[in-house]
Write a protein that binds this ligand. Structure first.
Ligand SMILES: Cc1cc2nc3c(=O)[nH]c(=O)nc-3n(C[C@H](O)[C@H](O)[C@H](O)COP(=O)(O)OP(=O)(O)OC[C@H]3O[C@@H](n4cnc5c(N)ncnc54)[C@H](O)[C@@H]3O)c2cc1C
Length: 471
C-alpha cells in the first residue's frame, strides 16, 4: 500500500500535544504523513498543566493495570502492536507500582517531547489555536480545551457542551513522611512492596472522618452541582455517603497487613511518583477541600503528621462532547468530516484511553490516505474498537465518559468460568485485531503473553504482515 502523494502535500493538523495528540502525531508521522502539531503551552497553560512538555500527566502517574488480561492491560498490548509512542515511553520511564504501569512523569513527558521534536515529518507550532486550520484536523485539546477553541467547537456542533467536574489528588515529599508508622506492601502481595501504607485504628479513622466531613470545601455554583464523575469523586464527597464508605473505597484495609500482624481499620495508600522516590501521591485522595484544610486534615493520617505537600488536590472542568450524536465510527464530526476528535474530549476517560483514541484516529487517517473507500472500523471485540463503539453507539441520552473495561465489549456468548473469562476476552480481542490488521494492511506483531488462567495459544506472538504499514 502506498501513501497518496496528494495527502503528503497537505499536512494533517493535530491540535493539542497531550496524550492523544502526541500519540496521533507520532503514528501519522511514522506512517509517512506530514504533521503540524499545535500546542499552546507554555505561552498559555491550563489550570492543571505545569510544564511545557508534551503528554504531561496532570494528576496520577499511573496508566492503570498492566495485567494482560485486564482490559487496560489488553488495550496497552493492542497499542504496542502498532508501535505506540505513549506506551513505549511509559515502559522506559516505569516506576514500581504493583501490577499497574506507573511512570516517572518528568522522564515520561521529556521522552515523548524529544521524540516528537526530533521527528522529521512533524512541525511543531507552539501557539493557541483559536479556529480550525484548513484541511484535515485532529482536535485533541483535552478536558481543558482553551476557551476560544471550545467556543468555536460549540458553535460548530450547534448543541450544548457536556461537562462535569473532576478532582486531583495531592502529592507529598517522601522525606517528610514517618517511616516508623508507614509500611511497605502491595494489596494481597501483588507486585511486591511497591506502596507505602498508612494504617489507621478505628479511633484514628473516626477522628480523621469527623474532621474530613466538616472541612471547608470550595463551593460549586448551582449549575455545577452533581457534576462529578463517579470514578473520580473527591474524598470528602465519598465520605459524605456514610461513615464506613471510605473503608470500602480508597481506604479499604483488605489485603494489607502491617509487619506486626495487626488488622488496621482503614489504610491510606501512597504510590511512588518519580524514579528518584522523592514524591508520593495519595491514591484516591482527590479533593476540593480548601488548601489550608487539606493540609490540616491530611496530616491527621498516621505517618503524614509532618507531610510537606508538593501539590494539593484541585477541582477542574472536564469538557467532552456527546460523541454518539456528533462522531461517526472513524472519529470524524458528522457535520464536518475533515475534523476529527481524539482524547478525553470525545468522552473517553483516562490517559491510556485518550492516547488510544489518538492512535486509532491516525490509523484511520492513514487508511484514508491510501484508499478512496471508508476504512473498515476496528471490531468492537478489540479494546480499541470497544472504546470507539462506546463513543459512537451508546444511546446519546445515556452517554457518559468511560474507562476501558470488558463491559464495553460484545459479551462472549459462551458459558465460561469467571476466572477464565478475562483471558477469553483477551484472546478473542487479539485474534480479531490480527485479522483486522491483516485485512487493512497493517504490519503488526502482538507480543506473546502467557496468562495466569489459560495459555493464549492462538494469539500468542500472532502477526499480521500482509502489507506495508510500518509501526
Ligand atoms: C486535573 C485533571 C486530572 C486528571 N487526572 C487523571 C488521572 O489521574 N488519571 C487519568 O488516567 N486521567 C486523568 N485525567 C483525565 C485525562 O486522562 C487527562 O486529562 C488526559 O491528559 C487527557 O488526554 P488528552 O490528550 O485528551 O488531553 P491533554 O492531555 O489535556 O492534552 C490536551 C493538550 O491540548 C492543549 N490545548 C488545549 N487547548 C488548546 C488550543 N486551543 N490550542 C493548542 N493547544 C491546546 C493543552 O495545553 C494540552 O497540552 C485528568 C484530567 C484532568 C484535567
Amino acid at each position: 500500500m502506498t501513501t497518496d502523494t496528494r495527502t503528503l502535500a497537505h499536512p494533517i493538523h493535530v491540535v493539542g500535544a497531550g496524550l492523544a495528540g502526541s500519540e496521533c502525531a507520532y503514528q501519522l508521522a511514522s506512517r509517512g504523513q506530514r504533521v503540524v502539531l499545535w500546542e499552546m503551552r507554555p505561552d498559555r497553560s491550563t489550570p492543571a498543566h505545569s510544564t511545557p512538555d508534551f503528554a504531561e500527566l496532570v494528576c496520577s502517574n499511573s496508566l492503570r493495570s498492566d495485567d494482560p488480561h485486564h482490559a487496560a492491560g489488553l488495550l496497552k498490548r493492542e497499542m504496542e502492536a502498532f508501535g505506540s509512542l505513549i506506551i513505549g515511553a511509559a515502559r522506559e520511564a516505569a516506576v514500581p507500582a504493583g501490577s499497574a504501569l506507573a511512570v516517572d512523569r518528568d522522564l515520561f513527558a521529556a521522552s515523548v517531547t524529544k521524540t516528537l521534536e526530533e521527528h522529521p515529518k512533524i512541525e511543531i507550532r507552539r501557539t493557541e489555536v483559536v479556529d480550525f486550520p484548513e484541511g484535515k484536523v485532529v482536535m485533541a485539546t483535552g478536558p481543558l480545551t482553551s476557551e476560544a477553541l471550545a467556543t468555536r467547537l460549540g458553535d460548530l456542533l450547534g448543541s450544548e457542551y457536556l461537562y462535569f467536574y473532576d478532582a486531583i489528588a495531592p502529592i507529598v515529599e517522601a522525606d517528610s513522611l514517618d517511616y516508623d508508622i508507614l509500611f511497605r506492601a502491595s494489596r494481597y502481595g501483588k507486585g511486591g512492596d511497591d506502596y507505602l501504607n498508612a494504617p489507621m485504628t478505628k479511633e484514628q479513622y473516626d477522628h480523621f472522618y469527623d474532621e474530613l466531613v466538616k472541612a471547608t470545601v470550595l463551593e460549586l455554583r448551582d449549575f455545577e452541582q452533581n457534576l462529578f464523575f463517579e470514578g473520580c469523586l473527591p474524598i470528602e464527597e465519598i465520605a459524605r455517603r456514610g461513615r464506613e464508605t471510605l473503608c470500602f473505597g480508597p481506604m479499604k484495609p483488605v489485603g494489607l497487613t502491617p509487619p506486626d500482624g495487626s488488622r488496621p481499620w482503614a489504610v491510606v495508600q501512597l504510590r511512588q511518583e518519580n524514579l528518584a522516590q522523592t514524591h508520593y501521591n495519595l491514591v484516591g485522595f482527590q479533593s476540593r477541600m480548601s488548601w489550608g484544610e487539606q493540609k490540616r486534615v491530611l496530616r491527621l493520617i498516621p505517618g503524614l503528621g509532618s507531610a510537606e505537600f508538593v501539590r494539593l488536590g484541585q477541582i477542574h472542568r472536564n469538557t467532552f462532547i456527546n460523541s454518539p450524536t456528533h462522531l461517526d465510527k472513524h472519529y470524524r464530526l458528522k457535520s464536518e468530516p475533515r475534523l476529527r476528535l481524539a482524547g478525553q474530549i470525545t468522552g473517553v476517560e483516562g490517559y491510556l484511553e485518550s492516547a488510544a483514541t489518538g492512535l486509532l484516529n491516525a490509523l484511520y487517517l492513514s487508511l484514508e490516505a491510501s484508499s478512496s473507500s471508508a476504512p473498515e472500523p476496528l471490531p468492537a471485540n478489540t479494546a480499541l474498537g470497544a472504546l470507539a463503539r462506546h463513543l459512537t453507539e451508546t444511546p446519546a441520552k445515556r452517554f457518559q465518559p468511560a474507562n476501558i473495561n470488558y463491559g464495553l465489549f460484545e459479551p462472549l456468548g459462551l458459558r465460561i468460568k469467571k476466572r477464565e473469562r478475562r483471558a477469553a476476552y483477551a484472546q478473542r480481542a487479539q485474534q480479531e485485531l490480527v485479522s483486522w490488521a491483516s485485512r487493512a494492511g497493517f504490519d503488526i506483531t502482538l507480543a506473546p503473553f502467557q496468562t495466569q488462567d489459560a495459555p493464549l495459544e492462538a494469539a500468542s506472538g500472532a502477526t499480521a504482515s500482509s502489507a506495508n504499514h510500518s509501526s
